[in-house]
Design a protein around this ligand. Structure first.
Ligand code: CP3
Length: 344
C-alpha cells in the first residue's frame, strides 16, 4: 500500500522532509473521550488490547482527532511477559499486577521462550492488519515492544514501583539469572517485532521506561547489550530506541544500530545533537507538563523547541507519554504548531 504521508519514515532515515513529523507517545488512550467510550463498552483495558477490531479503532482515533503523522498500534509492552507465561491484570488506578514473578532459577524454568509468537500474539498482529486496512495509507503505523530491561523489571517485581528494588537486587544477587532472563526476553522480542513488521508495522520503537534507574555501567551490561542485539536484528524497517532517564547513556545508545533515539525532557537535545551529528534522528522532547499551560504558551514552547533544532533529522514528540488529564485541545495546539512550522 502506498503511504500518502511518509514524513516520519523519511525523517527516521535521514531523508529530506518538507516539515517535521509529529506524534505523541500514549496518544491512543485516556486523553480522548472517544477512547474512554470504547473502553467503557468493554470489560476493561485487556479486552480492548485483545480485541483486534476495537484496538484498531482506538489506534486510528488520534489520527482522525489530533492530526498526528503516525499511528502507534494500541497494545501494551506487557503482552510479551504474558505470552511468556506470566499473565497480568490491569487494576484500575493501580496499574499492572502479575500473579507470578521470576526471582529464582525455579521461577525461570517456568518462563516460556520457545513458542510460536505469531500464534500466541496473533491478536496484536490482527490489530495491525486491520489498522492498516482502515488507515488506507493515510499515515505509517508504528509497532513497539518493551526493552528487555523494562520487561525484566515487571517480571521480577510483579507490579509497578518507584525503585524496582527487587529487580535491581537481582543484578547483584544473581546476575547470571538476570542475564538468562534478559536473553530469553530478547529472543522473544526479536520474533515479536519481526512478526509486527510482517503484519504491516512501518517502523518499530523499543520502550526502555526504567532505563534511568540503573547506573551507567549496569545499564551498559543489562540494558544496552540487549537493545543492541534487537536493533541489529531488525533490518527491515527504521528502529527507534527510547531509554527514558538514561541521561549518561544516550551517547552510547546512539551508537547502537538504530535510526532514531528518543529523548526525554530532561535530556539536552542541543548537546546530544552535537554528539551524534547527522548520524541519527532525534525524537522528542517537550515536557509532557508543558501541555498544561495556556494555548499560547504551548505554541511558544513548541516553537522554541523547534528553533533549537540544527538538523532536519527530528521527529517531534513529548519527552514521555501524554498525561491522561491533558486537554486534547492543547494536544491539537502542539500538533498544529509543529505542522505549521517552517524549517529554516
Ligand atoms: O498510544 C500509545 O502509545 C500506544 C499504546 C501504549 C500503551 N502502553 C497503552 C496503555 C503503549 C506504547 C504502552 C507502553 C507501555 N506500557 C509502557 C512504556 C511506555 C511508558 O509509559 O514508559 C509501559 C511502562 C507500560 C506498562 C503499563 N501499561 C503501565 C505501567 C500501565 C498503568 C499505568 C497507566 O498509565 O494507567 C499501563 C496501562 C496502559 N497502557 C494504559 C494505556 C492506554 C491505560 C489503561 C487504561 O485505559 O486504563
Amino acid at each position: 500500500m502506498i503511504l500518502k504521508n511518509d514524513l516520519i519514515l523519511r525523517a527516521a532515515k535521514g531523508e529530506d522532509i518538507e516539515r517535521y513529523p509529529v506524534w505523541l507517545m500514549r496518544q491512543a488512550g485516556r486523553i480522548l473521550p472517544e477512547y474512554r467510550e470504547v473502553r467503557a463498552s468493554l470489560s476493561g483495558f485487556k479486552e480492548l488490547v485483545e480485541t483486534p477490531e476495537r484496538a484498531a479503532e482506538v489506534t486510528i482515533q488520534p489520527v482522525d482527532l489530533l492530526g498526528v503523522d503516525a499511528a502507534i498500534i494500541f497494545s501494551d509492552i506487557l503482552v510479551v511477559p504474558e505470552a511468556m507465561g506470566l499473565p497480568y491484570q490491569m487494576i484500575e488506578s493501580k496499574g499492572p499486577w502479575f500473579e507470578n514473578t521470576v526471582r529464582t532459577e525455579l521461577d525461570l524454568k517456568k518462563v516460556e521462550f520457545d513458542f510460536d509468537v505469531e500464534d500466541r500474539l496473533a491478536y496484536v498482529l490482527d490489530a495491525i492488519k486491520i489498522t492498516n486496512k482502515e488507515l488506507n495509507g493515510r499515515v505509517p503505523l508504528i509497532g513497539f515492544a518493551g526493552a528487555p530491561w523494562t520487561i525484566l523489571c515487571y517480571m521480577v517485581e510483579g507490579h509497578g514501583s518507584k525503585t524496582f528494588s527487587e529487580s535491581r537486587k537481582l543484578l547483584y544477587t544473581n546476575p547470571t539469572l538476570a542475564h538468562e532472563l534478559l536473553s530469553r526476553i530478547t529472543k522473544v522480542t526479536i520474533q515479536y517485532l519481526k512478526a509486527q513488521i510482517k503484519a504491516g508495522a512501518h517502523m518499530v520503537q523499543l520502550f526502555d521506561s526504567w532505563a534511568g534507574i540503573l547506573g551507567t555501567e549496569q545499564y551498559a551490561e543489562f540494558g544496552l547489550k540487549y537493545l543492541e542485539e534487537i536493533a541489529s536484528a531488525i533490518t527491515e524497517v527504521p528502529v527507534t530506541l527510547f531509554s527514558k532517564g538514561a541521561i549518561t547513556s544516550v551517547e552510547a545508545l546512539a551508537k547502537l544500530d538504530c535510526n532514531t533515539v528518543g529523548l526525554d525532557w530532561n535530556m539536552d537535545l542541543v548537546k546530544i545533537r552535537e554528539q551524534v551529528g547527522e548520524s541519527r534522528t532525534l525524537q522528542g522532547n517537550l515536557d509532557p507538563c508543558a501541555l498544561y499551560s495556556s494555548h499560547e504558551e504551548v505554541q511558544n514552547l513548541t516553537n522554541k523547541l523547534l528553533d533549537s533544532f540544527s538538523s532536519k533529522r527530528h521527529i517531534v514528540n513529548l519527552g514521555h507519554g501524554v498525561y491522561p488529564d491533558v486537554d486534547p485541545e492543547k494536544v491539537k495546539t502542539f500538533v498544529n504548531t509543529v505542522k505549521n512550522y517552517k524549517i529554516k
